[in-house]
Design a protein around this ligand. Structure first.
Ligand code: DMJ
Length: 542
């Protein structure tokens, strides 16, 4: 007999466990798909084609004062989430197909970027150009609809934004561009300085467009920003690769010394690594490495009493005091460090590669620690939703009067920072860490966070409800949390997409790269470029 009775029972129990696990995985994905469809249908029914939608009052408007022509802010940002969910859904495939084709029709017949308004170069690139390009990529892969519609629209939009890189002597663009006239405008505040994260977070999108059209003008334009940024400021030696958050576009010099990985700083670091992942140009990995060493040396600290690892801020430069404030935005760093260490391979495999070294091991440990901290920013809040900003207990800050203190004493929340915009960064890192480790704890964390969103942002809608007005939260500390009347496009584009990917198997993180708005592009190889040649870096240090 091949099996003894005991062994047979164990095998049967194991098979039953696997079947249960795959059912529960299907059920979790299904719950996330339903949340997406409910939130999306609430928008299509009450806010259709507007750029700004208020789910509670059902008010809608367009951006930048243009009433007649929407930019597709919510629609275009959401397409690839629907394509990805369509591709793996067990129960909702037909629903997603209907929505995808409705959107494609709208993009081809209504969306017109010849709009006489000045738009944010950064936001329009990451959300609209990124959304159209990944819709092109995925609709082609999945053989649904006509990918050329998305590519044509993406090319038109990119051509309208391209003058931004010609309009300054340095090549560092002003923050806005008029889509009709091609005239750029400086930031109206901050002395006209551009945000560092904004002009260094355009490259993946324009480079991918060059690869698929065979026209290198997009690639050449966007990489121009780096040489002046690094050389003018001696960014590596003087600043240890940690760029202050404002740059004067006409001279490339920094405005102030404020260094942080939260707003205005974050995706500068993200796109250094991701350009390396996208086309394997080692220059970008080297720049990323310098910055990460700077982060570890100057910005990382631990809270009291339990040693939660966080990334602080240096408002007055690297030799000023370290502030223990951390934006939720910084929580993308766990996933980034993990991808930088492993290049998308499972951690056990990555450790066997020739590239593995002590620095990558340190990055990996930091990635796990930060992701744990970011999870705690949800878990230790009674509502289960993280605030926009926390201040860690560094035993130095004296005035914490009126601030909420976490039960274990490791962090505070100021009343003005207690809102939650349904941001993605924590579930983004959890998704990366899960696929790079297959450690079930990450799925447990993600599920806990999703349920808190269902309960509070989704006002406990029932799964059978066709629509549900998912909304941002104005105070996560109130009981029950108070609702804001707003939904951000990244709720559909990023947060729900990353949660859905967390509960999928067989995700190959080494073959795709996500832009900062969670729009996936394939890694660029010679076979994937239109004319079969690999584009690469056109600049180096003097
Ligand atoms: C998104 O638009 C992008 O992820 C951006 O890089 C940072 N902020 C939001 C989400 O929080």
């Amino acid at each position: 007999m091949l099996f003894t009775k005991g062994l047979l029972a164990a095998v049967v129990a194991y098979i039953a466990f696997l079947v249960y696990q795959s059912h529960s995985l299907d059920n979790k994905r299904n719950a996330i798909e339903l949340a997406f469809l409910q939130s999306w249908r609430d928008y299509t029914r009450h806010g259709w084609d507007a750029d700004v939608y208020r789910p509670i009052s059902k008010a809608k408007s367009n951006m930048y004062g243009s009433d007649s022509k929407p930019l597709g802010w919510i629609i275009v940002d959401s397409i690839d989430s629907m394509l990805l969910m369509y591709n793996s859904s067990r129960k909702n495939q037909e629903h997603f197909k209907t929505e995808i084709l409705r959107v494609e029709d709208w993009v081809s017949t209504k969306l017109d970027y010849d709009i006489d308004v000045s738009v944010s170069l950064f936001e329009t690139t990451i959300r609209m150009l990124g959304g159209l390009l990944s819709a092109f990529y995925l609709s082609d892969e999945m053989n649904i609809g006509d990918p050329s519609i998305y590519l044509a629209k993406a090319t038109d939009l990119a051509n309208r934004m391209l003058p931004a890189f010609e309009n300054t002597a340095t090549g560092i663009p002003y923050s806005s561009i008029n889509l009709h006239t091609g005239v750029s405008e400086k930031n109206h505040v901050d002395d006209g300085a551009s945000s560092t994260a904004e002009f260094t977070t355009l490259q993946l999108e324009f480079k991918y467009l060059s690869a698929i059209t065979g026209d290198d003008k997009y690639w050449r334009a966007v990489e121009k920003v780096y040489k002046p940024l690094y050389e003018e400021n001696n960014l590596i030696d003087t600043y240890k690769g940690l760029a202050p958050i404002y740059v004067y576009p006409d001279t490339a010099s920094f405005r102030g010394r404020n260094v942080r990985l939260g707003s205005r700083g974050d995706s500068f670091y993200e796109y250094l690594l991701k350009q390396y992942l996208q086309s394997h140009e080692t220059l970008y990995y080297d720049l990323y490495r310098k910055s990460m060493e700077g982060v570890k040396q100057h910005l990382v600290s631990k809270s009291s009493p339990n040693g939660l690892v966080y990334i602080g801020e240096r408002e007055h430069g690297l030799f000023g005091p370290l502030s223990s404030k951390m934006d939720h935005l910084v929580c993308f760093m766990g996933g980034l460090l993990a991808m930088g260490a492993t290049e998308g391979l499972h951690i056990s495999k990555a450790r066997e590669q020739a590239f593995w070294d002590t620095k990558r091991e340190e990055d990996w440990i930091l990635a796990e620690e930060l992701t744990y901290t970011c999870y705690q920013m949800y878990h230790q809040i009674p509502s289960g939703l993280a605030p926009e900003i926390v201040v860690f207990n560094d035993q130095i800050s004296s005035s914490t009067h009126g601030w909420w203190k976490s039960e274990k004493g490791d962090f505070y929340v100021k009343p003005a920072d207690a809102h939650n915009l349904q941001r993605p960064e924590t579930v983004e890192s959890i998704m990366f860490l899960y696929h790079l480790t297959k450690d079930q704890k990450y799925r447990n964390w993600g599920w806990e966070i999703f349920q808190a969103f269902q309960k509070h942002s989704g006002q406990s809608c029932k799964p059978s409800d066709a629509e549900c007005p998912y909304t941002c939260i104005s105070n996560v500390l109130a009981d029950p949390p108070t609702k804001a009347d707003n939904v951000e496009s990244f709720w559909l584009a990023e947060t729900l997409k990353y949660l859905h990917l967390l509960f999928q198997d067989d995700i190959d993180l080494s073959s795709i790269v996500f832009n900062t708005e969670a729009h996936p592009f394939p890694i660029i190889t010679p076979e994937q470029t239109k004319n079969g040649t690999l584009l690469n870096t056109g600049w180096s240090f003097d």
